[in-house]
Design a protein around this ligand. Structure first.
Ligand SMILES: N[C@@H](CCC(=O)N[C@@H](CS)C(=O)NCC(=O)O)C(=O)O
Length: 278
């Protein structure tokens, strides 16, 4: 598979790209992902697909990474946090992204699918050449993610406000985000930012220990194929690159860079606790 595309939001560093372009619409909140991959996969069915996502959401990134990896063409739609796009009202069970909108042959109305796991499975099997033999994350990695998330969140939530994310593009969305995330952390986001050093210190051990569950080197040196564990790990750890004060182990950094390239999902600029980017 020839993968050459690196979609980036406008205003962000472009790493590389041949036939990929992001187009802002509707006050910069909806982006059309126009991408011509050499592998093709551009039949009518796929051209009709829309994926509702937050840029910073790990569940959404799992799906986007698979779509990027397989060269599946779909329109990415970024709703603002806290309010469901009108088109989804009454069509999905609850307010959460990702949501896939797709056409079913013979039906006039689109269908909607809401769980990231179900969307991944559907997209992977579309071309009858699934990348994955199964869709379950391994137990060890799952446990690692669950136990480490309480350390990731206080580092990343306060920095997300500073990243000009499409899901935080309105004052209401930003207010909703600040309040809901502060409640989840049990502290104001500004305080979490001040505590950066405490959280980066606590993260050092798990960031080394993850090597017990993931063979990162064999992925970035190209000697093995991608697994569902890679998809989950990338989606979870990609946000850590926004933490300027965090020194990632070299192997982990190489692994995330390789997955970003292969799956066409951008990484973040690095923000320090004073809000400065590098
Ligand atoms: N089990 C769901 C979880 C999705 C989820 O929790 N998404 C979050 C974003 S990371 C969400 O939409 N939360 C609503 C909110 O932020 O208000 C899945 O795998 O798709």
């Amino acid at each position: 598979m020839n993968r050459t595309c690196q979609p980036m939001l406008s205003g962000w560093p472009i790493q590389s790209g041949t036939a990929t372009e992001w187009r802002g619409r509707a006050a910069g909140r909806v982006y059309e992902y126009v991408s011509v991959y050499s592998k093709g996969c551009l039949d009518e069915w796929m051209a009709e697909m829309k994926l509702y996502v937050f840029d910073s959401c790990p569940y959404c990134v799992r799906v986007r990474a698979l779509a990027g990896l397989k060269g599946i063409r779909c329109e990415l739609v970024f709703p603002v946090a806290g309010s469901l796009p009108a088109v989804l009202g009454g069509r999905v069970a609850r307010y959460s992204v990702p949501v896939l909108e797709y056409q079913v042959a013979g039906m006039t109305e689109p269908a909607y699918l809401q769980e990231s796991g179900a969307i991944i499975q559907l997209l992977d099997q579309l071309d009858q050449q699934p990348v994955f033999a199964h869709y379950e994350i391994s137990k060890g990695l799952n446990q690692w993610i669950k136990s480490t998330r309480p350390l990731l969140d206080p580092l990343c939530y306060p920095r997300m406000r500073l990243l000009d994310l499409p899901e935080l593009a309105s004052p209401e969305a930003l207010k909703y985000f600040n309040e809901s995330r502060a409640q989840r952390l049990g502290m104001p986001l500004a305080r979490a930012l001040e505590e950066t050093a405490a959280f980066t210190t606590l993260l050092a051990e798990p960031l080394t220990a993850i090597a017990e569950y993931l063979d990162m080197e064999s992925y970035f040196d190209g000697s093995r194929a991608i697994t569902v564990d890679d998809l989950y790990a990338f989606a979870e750890l990609r946000i850590l690159l926004m933490v300027q004060e965090l020194a990632l182990p070299g192997v982990l950094n190489n692994y995330l860079q390789a997955l970003s390239r292969d799956c066409s999902v951008r990484l973040y600029p690095r923000i320090n606790r004073f809000g400065d980017a590098s």
